[in-house]
Design a binder for this molecule. Sequence first.
Ligand code: HBI
Ligand code: FE
Length: 288
Amino acid sequence: MSIGTLSETDKDHPRHYLRDQGFADYTPEDHATWATLARRQRDVLRGRICDSFLEGLDALGISDEGIPDFRVMNARLREATGWEVVAVPGLVPDITFFTLLAERKFPAGYWIRKPEQIDYIEEPDIFHDVFGHVPLIMQQVYADYLEAYGKAGLEAARHGTLHRLARLYWYTVEFGLARTEQGLRIVGAGIASSPSETVFSLESESPNRVGFDLGRVMRTNYRIDDFQETYFVLDSPDSWPVLDLEELIPLWRELDLENDLAPGDLLESDVILHRGDGSYHAAKRDAA
Ligand code: HBI
Ligand code: FE
């Protein structure tokens, strides 16, 4: 398969996944669901999210009133960082996802969860994708990281190391924390769109909080079904990893000689900011 240059006829070509947002088709109930989620999240994020996230929300005009119109948001995003949000029906294949990011296009689900699914959905909807992910894309350093991530993903597909890129995304873009002068702050979208994980990630005694290390993260399995057992912490909200292929390819080779790590494992070489007591996941195991 030729990757990076997906042909128009390839089934993974982004054109098979792109939709119109259909802004006029949202119902009053859909907008009300957004409002409920956005108000609750803004409230719990205060003092817990990095400042640039809140600045991004405001600069994009993402409000608590109702679902944002991609046309309005994209005018602001293009001007700030040259990115745009494109509407997709749900998860897209990895290659499609990387291709879009490499073109500075962020795929976002355009549907919104039903009121009865307010706290749990299996696939990302517009609230997770837009409220959680898009605010930081207003920041140049983050916008560049995501583009580099897409390009590295296309390269990883050639090297059979997609799982390493998935781990990196998970532990940074979705579940990252960062140090600030005011203490730890959330930078990950998976946390920022979940009220319970917003509190758990920062305040629970249970999870490990470990200084970010690129190779370490790419060795570490993650949980998709529950809160994380370990959160990785960037040195600052601007300290997104530099993804240089000249360094990544040899790093992947080195990592292939080492064993993978379980989500809760700690190493001698880790910079441990908090050694978790594991109580949350232990209680769940006992209950099962
Ligand atoms: N598709 N729409 C969408 N959103 C994602 O976050 C996403 C995806 N496809 C694949 C994917 N993420 C992950 O496998 C990446 O970590 C590679
Ligand atoms: Fe996400």
